[in-house]
Design a protein around this ligand. Structure first.
Ligand SMILES: *Cc1c(COP(=O)(O)O)cnc(C)c1O
Length: 452
């Protein structure tokens, strides 16, 4: 048995790393043959850590057994919510970043590493057409990115009478961020949708006017660039214009949809996103990264700074670094890992073209699924997908739809989820994993047709 000390030498590092990499390769290799969902059971991992050293292989095998239970969100058959898959190149980047373990809260302490991270933010700002002075932050996910944006908006234009506007199909993290900022629940307005399930700009304008007449202070309008339930994109250009006319902060929640800007179809659908004061995107959704990676971009980096900068006498030795942001000053964290490498490495290693092609493929898979589901007479398909979220219902009603979902998920090959759209139970399918291809889509459609 090999013991690994707290401070291993180079040979031990290599050995530990090889065994861990073997474990990962074995896991990924077996996923096509293992069920996407397997019920969990109480397991020995609940035992407390021992006083004496354990054995790496035994511990890895316990982790492997535990990973066999529950939902394999990295599997090609996972089509629920927003599948990510998780690029192995990003995981390797993360291993390297964690091993180097540099402090990136202040640029002066690791200028070149912060520049690597910042190059990704600068590239994203350019991708969405944000002007000079734009900036942003890599967070642990969309919810935290949204919190940073809402805090910045409130700092700029909020007050005790502030009112925020979201769409009927907006993600709950916007209301949650507002609540965390101290905004009372009755200051959050839900703008109804048009018949096409997108935010109704006319109604938003009416609600803003009504609130002003009441002496309240509208401060933020949040549009969905790919809503979680439907994947549909709100009329960003119209809403952006309304926000500008009314002097509101325009937030675009592109946690799921914004990365489709890399595709021709996505770029056309996302017209108007360049008007945003803040954009949230989740690389752990539509850029295939492992969970724990969100991004907030802002039109003006100084808005994030005004809301987040802090000071302490123990920090006075640290200098500023011209041209690079101090992440501790533009986000809620002080100590933070070097989060940039898990994005930078895959982007540079595979090239943007690989992401563009993979996203285009997912759009085609959704189009295929939509077309095929329309051909099943007993299904109702309530919308044509903008991006990759496909919804359908059994014509016999909610109970039959629920049964259909349970039958597909129960078989263990594919995993779908459900939502409510226009008051009706709707089964929801989203081909977005980097591992999901035409073969899986054809099979799941066959399974659905058979189950109907
Ligand atoms: C997933 C999602 C969020 C929340 O992001 P997390 O990374 O899960 O915190 C916000 N908005 C939309 C549209 C989403 O799909």
């Amino acid at each position: 048995m090999t013991e690994f000390p707290l401070e291993p030498d180079a040979a031990s590092i290599r050995e530990m790393g090889m065994r861990a990499i073997d474990f990962v390769a074995d896991q990924v290799e077996k996923w096509p043959r293992t069920p996407v969902w397997r019920p969990g059971a109480a397991n020995p991992l609940l035992a407390p850590p021992p006083e004496l050293p354990g054995e790496l292989d035994k511990l890895l095998s316990m982790v492997g057994d535990a990973a066999d239970r529950g939902l394999n969100t990295a599997s090609a058959g996972y089509l629920a919510y927003f599948p990510a898959g998780g690029l192995i190149s990003a995981a390797i980047g993360e291993m390297i970043a964690m091993s180097l373990n540099r402090f990136t809260g202040f640029a002066a302490l690791a200028p070149e590493l912060v520049a690597i991270e910042h190059s990704v933010i600068a590239w994203l700002c350019g991708l969405f057409g944000l002007p000079e002075g734009a900036g942003g932050l890599i967070t642990t996910g969309g919810s935290l990115a949204t919190l940073a944006a809402v805090v910045a908006a409130r700092e700029r234009g909020g007050g005790p009478d502030s009112v925020l506007y979201v769409g009927e199909y907006a993600h709950h993290c916007i209301a949650k961020a507002a609540r965390l900022c101290g905004l009372p629940d009755d200051r959050i307005r839900i703008v109804p949708s048009t018949a096409e399930l997108r935010m109704d700009t006319g109604r938003a304008a009416e609600m803003i006017a009504a609130d002003r007449a009441r002496g309240l202070r509208p401060f933020l309008l949040a549009a969905a660039a790919g809503s979680t339930s439907t994947g549909l994109i709100d009329p960003l250009d119209e809403l952006g214009e309304l926000a500008e006319r009314e002097g509101l902060w325009f937030h675009v929640d592109g946690a799921y949809g914004a990365p489709f800007q890399l595709t021709e179809r996505g770029r056309a659908l996302l017209t108007g996103i360049e008007r945003a004061d803040s954009i949230v995107l989740d690389p752990h959704k539509s850029m295939f990264l492992p969970y724990g990676t969100g991004v907030v971009l802002v039109r003006s980096e100084s808005a994030l700074r005004a809301a987040h900068s802090g000071d302490g006498s123990y920090l006075h030795d640290i200098e500023r670094c011209a041209g690079l942001p101090d992440y501790a000053d533009i986000g809620p964290e002080l100590s933070r890992e070097w989060r940039g490498l898990r994005l930078w490495l895959p982007l540079h290693l595979h090239g943007i073209g690989a992401f563009r092609r993979a996203l285009t493929e997912k759009l085609e898979l959704a189009e295929f699924a939509h077309r095929e589901l329309m051909r099943i007479p007993r299904l109702e398909v309530p919308w044509a997908p903008d991006l990759t979220v496909v919804g359908f219902r059994h014509r016999d009603g909610a109970a039959a739809s629920r049964q259909l979902l349970e039958r597909i998920n129960g078989a263990g090959r594919y995993f779908l989820s459900s939502t409510e759209v226009a008051g009706a139970y709707t089964v929801r399918m989203c081909p977005l994993s980097v591992r999901t291809h035409a073969e899986q889509m054809a099979e799941v459609i066959r399974d659905i047709a058979a189950a109907v």
